[in-house]
Design a protein around this ligand. Sequence first.
Ligand SMILES: Nc1nc2c(ncn2[C@@H]2O[C@H](COP(=O)(O)OP(=O)(O)OP(=O)(O)O)[C@@H](O)[C@H]2O)c(=O)[nH]1
Ligand SMILES: [Mg+2]
Length: 249
Amino acid sequence: MANFWSIVNNVIREADVLLLLLDARLVNETRNPEIEKKVKAIGKPLIYVITKSDLVENKEFVEAHKKELKPCVFVSANKYYGTTILRERILIEAKKHKVKYLPVKVGVLGYPNVGKSSLINAMSGRSGAPTSMMSGYTKSLQKIRGDNSILFLDTPGVIPFMEKESEKHSMIGSVDFTKVKEPDLAVMNIMKQFPGKVEAYYGVEVLDDFEASIENITISRNIVKSGNQPNIDKMARTILKEWQKGNIK
Ligand SMILES: Nc1nc2c(ncn2[C@@H]2O[C@H](COP(=O)(O)OP(=O)(O)OP(=O)(O)O)[C@@H](O)[C@H]2O)c(=O)[nH]1
Ligand SMILES: [Mg+2]
């Protein structure tokens, strides 16, 4: 991870404009005060890009963020929303900061798995930046030509240095479902923050006792281990996978 930070620091130095990608479902959780501070300190423009907006039905909730995050653009790499507006915003910010040459160098920053490489691909119309549902996929700096006016600098995702919140990282997908140590805790956290979504997806009753809900889902899917006991760990990992893939929304 230390090495990933050094790539991020170099990109902050090299880029003319920085994008900080935030997950539309977890806007506050995916902000990174360390990155925001560094970019401000160096005096470069930072655009907040709220991505995966196709996964959010309650647009008002997302709209509320517009007031506190400036400038801010909503996009979806999957649905190609917002890419033209973002391109315009990048060029406006570059001009405001007196960038006199093209292409404008645009550093793309954010948590692992937030959708950095996917956005670059959506904006460049090619698959120049490899993507994956497994977090930590981009491991080095990649330069991808957007068009004549933009050169993207893709970075490996980083999380704030001192942050050790494993449930949050599972919810964001920064630690992917195969690596999460306690998937049941991660699922309970999602159930708490997004009431009823997991239960609705699996067609079980919403209970106050999240552990019981996971058990009910496990039983309803007949996921068992030896001795015919419900295999909670296996089911919780599957639920987490569906969440991280954006199927539960
Ligand atoms: N629904 C939805 N899924 C998205 C969107 N953008 C990315 N994804 C998915 O999110 C996952 C991660 O995407 P990447 O583009 O690889 O994310 P990244 O930020 O580059 O990840 P690292 O390189 O690991 O830091 C993939 O499964 C993508 O398909 C989006 O706008 N909407
Ligand atoms: Mg990537």
